[in-house]
Ligand binder design. Structure first.
Ligand code: GLN
Length: 549
């Protein structure tokens, strides 16, 4: 039987509940348990697929093609057994959608449909489905205790504690313990109030994780324990870490995994955190430093590219390189030129939607190609590289993606329905027109060309990677682009372009898929590792004097 750990948050949002949940998953997994992880999001959107990255950060895509909250990315990066998917992320909108559909079908046999029990029952069923057969399921509840929207979720998890027994359910509450500089005081009152709020809806937390700038002094730990009715040793201090990967050890050192195991009656082997120690060691002792330009559109909110930034850092960990990422607005390149790219050791153009800054990205691809700067293009980053090559190498003036210019004379990137000849085959036509309107999502197989940079990077020719896009390279232009020097080194089963490269260039590689979603700190990802390696070889970058030692 699966046991549950529910993680709620109080006082303010953005305390790092996702990271805390992921790290708790990591240390429990390090004691030999299998873990599943779920995020419950109280907002009304049915899924985060249509939410703006400006507001909400990145949309993370799981293996099965579900567009989810970015916290699922943290889970997959920290916990190997946690495989996110359709049943790992539920929003209020999705819960209501399902209950209303059942009501319309008559499933409730005429009963008055209410928040309790119908919505809460639906939540419980979803959580149990998402838990699968893992030993422990960690469930993070988005938002902050006290929000109107989160009430049904909190009520559902309260009921689960009663129904399953407290030896199968653990409540963890994450709060903020602020430091007031003017009076040099640490304040525990917000934590006291947050727990009071939680208790007023029937949940007594078993464990508190207190976020603060510095480690929590004993006096404050005692005070919090006394006022919240939580044992002193279960008040865990989570101070600001200079490195994310130090957090599993920080929590383990305070006995967090042991407290959970004891409550659930589990007799477990000692935690082996050596892999996390190695990561921290590698990050602290780099051999070189590289400067990478990330040329995108959502630079105001760094969370928009969180998986990508992490994946680049993983590349650094596995090559002992300090990776300095410079966020550059592609609009700025349009307005001020490519000057800001001078001095960059490598360039990444990430995925994106919408035409803002598109010419700046095309110019960026050109700069990288012409100046021999290592380039990694992802999704839109592949598409702009194709457009650039079409215009400047194949002489296709005005080449563009139909996403940005419906009337381009050379639609080198377009919806499949716009370029594939499917006349005569009605079945295929129906299928294709359906695909034209929808997004290609989730993991799909890719075949790599033997001997290509792509195949050498992966060390094999059959791979599987996750997608999230509508537009494709127009196969009718492939021959012309090949003549111009571009190699199509990866293709899908149905002959869609998946990877491109320029063999003459030190490292110019782009993928239609998103490799960043499958990178994690312990294993890294071959594309990012090889990209950083190539950047290092290309620039012979040294560690700056001051950063050594
Ligand atoms: N906008 C492009 C498409 O839909 C690229 C998407 C992306 O980069 N994820 O094909």
């Amino acid at each position: 039987m699966t046991s549950y750990v529910f993680i709620t948050g109080g006082v303010v949002s953005s305390l790092g509940k996702g990271i805390t949940s992921a790290c708790l998953g990591a240390i429990l997994e390090a004691r030999g348990l299998t873990i599943s992880m779920i995020k419950l999001d109280p907002y009304i959107n049915v899924d985060p697929g249509t939410m703006s990255p400006f507001q909400h950060g990145e949309v993370f895509v799981t293996h099965d093609g579900t567009e989810t909250d970015l916290d699922l990315g943290h889970y997959e990066r920290f916990v190997r057994t946690a495989k996110g998917g359709r049943d790992s992320n539920f929003t209020t909108g999705r819960i209501y959608e399902s209950v209303i559909a059942k009501e319309r079908r008559g499933d409730y046999l005429g009963a008055t449909v209410q928040v309790i029990p119908h919505i809460t029952d639906e939540i419980k069923q979803c959580v149990q489905r998402g838990a699968g057969d893992a030993d422990i399921c960690l469930v993070e509840i988005g938002g902050t205790v006290g929000d109107i929207e989160s009430l049904p979720f909190l009520e559902a998890i309260r009921q689960m504690g009663i129904e399953m027994g407290r030896d199968h359910v653990v409540y963890v509450h994450l709060t903020l313990v602020p430091y007031i500089p003017t009076s040099s005081e640490i304040k525990t009152k917000p934590t006291q109030h947050s727990v009071k709020e939680l208790r007023s809806i029937g949940i007594q937390p078993d464990i508190l994780v207190c976020r603060s700038v510095d480690p929590l002094p004993d006096a404050e730990r005692k005070k919090i324990a006394l006022f919240t009715n939580v044992p002193e040793k279960s008040v865990i201090s989570a101070w600001d870490a200079d490195d994310l990967y130090k957090i599993p050890a920080m929590m383990h050192d305070q006995g967090l995994d042991g407290i959970v195991a004891r409550q659930l009656g589990l007799d477990l082997p000692e935690a082996d955190l050596s892999e996390w120690d190695e990561i921290v060691e590698a990050k602290q002792n780099p051999e070189a430093q590289v400067h990478i330009a990330l040329v995108g559109k959502y630079m105001g909110l760094k969370d928009s590219y969180i998986s990508l930034v992490e994946a680049l850092q993983h590349g650094g960990i596995h090559t002992r390189t300090r990776v300095k990422i410079h966020f550059i607005e592609s609009r700025d390149i349009e307005e001020k030129g490519v000057g800001c790219l001078e001095g960059m050791d490598g360039i990444v153009v990430p995925g994106g939607f919408g035409d803002r800054g598109i010419e700046g990205k095309i110019e960026t691809a050109r700069f990288a190609r012409e100046n021999g700067v290592p380039y990694l293009g992802i999704c839109l980053g592949l598409q702009v590289a194709v457009i650039e090559a079409a215009r400047n190498l194949a002489g296709l003036k005005g080449a563009m993606s139909t996403e940005f210019d419906k009337n381009t004379p050379h639609p080198v990137i377009a919806l499949i329905t716009e370029w594939r000849d499917i006349s005569g085959d009605t079945e295929e036509r129906d299928e294709q027109s359906e695909m034209g309107g929808t997004m290609r999502l989730g993991a799909q197989s890719v075949t790599l060309q033997k001997g290509s940079l792509a195949a050498r990077s992966y060390g094999r020719t059959d791979i599987e990677e996750r997608h999230r896009h509508r537009y494709e390279v127009n196969n009718n232009y492939r021959e012309q682009l090949e003549k111009a020097g571009m190699v199509f080194s990866g293709v899908s089963i149905d002959d869609l372009v998946e990877m491109i490269e320029f063999p003459e260039h030190p490292f110019f590689l782009a993928s239609q898929f998103h490799p960043e979603f499958t990178s994690n700190p312990r294993d890294g990802h071959p594309l990012f590792i090889n990209f950083i390696r190539a950047v290092r070889e290309n620039c012979e970058c040294e560690l700056p004097e001051a950063a050594e030692g």
